[in-house]
Write a new protein. Sequence first.
Length: 352
Amino acid sequence: MPNLEGLHIEELLTHAINTQASDIHISEWDYVAFRAHGKLGKLEKAWKFDRKIVENLAEQLFKWDKEKINLFYQKHDSDFAYVAKDGTPFRVNWYFKLWKIGFVLRRIERDSKKMSELWLPSWLDKIIQAKQWLFLITWPTWSGKSTTMVSILDKINESRAEHIVTIEDPVEFIFTDKRSIFSQREVWRDTETFISAIRAAMREDPDIVMVWEMRDKETVEAAMNLAETGHLVFSTLHTSWSVETINRVIQFFNPDIQSQVRVRLADSLIWVLSQRLIQKMDWSWRVWIHELMYLTSWIKNLIKSWDLIQINNNIEMWSREGMVTMRASADKLRDAWIVDEDSYIWYFTNDE
């Protein structure tokens, strides 16, 4: 059992890295917990922290920046990034729960994965050549959206000379310029808000803009403006399927202008990639399955006429256009003995 009074946050980060844990959960008057391979478990009878220890660990994460620490106690939650001594980045959320302090650290991969490693649909390579439009990556939390986004942007970085502006909260993966030039901006540190950063991006000679999340009407509208003015825009949404994604975007707006927004979205959106992590056969890790919708002229018309029910049928029918259903993606991995059969059955009996 370690000396908790002198415990340094790096000890916990090292344990997470060595055990391939993706997340660390630290809470006042509880045991530290690690999520590895999708499974969450506490180290009971090992590391139980009181408030003094939790506050000390949090101050280490904030690098003893008193201004940021005081702001947390005013707001009661905070999102920021921390880089371990070995260079591994972590995304941190510090928060209150029932008058107790807790925080979660998510480990971010230091190196980008190749698109082929993520089992992304092969037709997605076409996005590497796209010069404009809006591309959305979706699914609820813990689905690897960050990994996929980084993989696609780094592939563009290797193959095209572009100015890529990213607007993030917080910055997680630090890109190294290859053929492209990156301008990575963190909300609250490099810019006040997502909206101010998106509007400023128009004056920064961008070719590609990555807006980390579609959070509200203003963000959606600004992203569509960028796509309509000849830029390639990437963003994410916490939605499960292409149809739900389209519906969510439209619902950000008041009913009296939704018909106009449908036309704008249909004309600016090009791909929707929804993804989910599912257990591998050897239980060594998890692998991605995907739904990919490409906006054909037919699907554009379905969005404009608000006939979303037929979109799912079109995704199944138009595989030659590069579209993939979640089941077809999973079938491919199951047939290759990559996906665990029990996980496959559970997913398609509980999530469809």
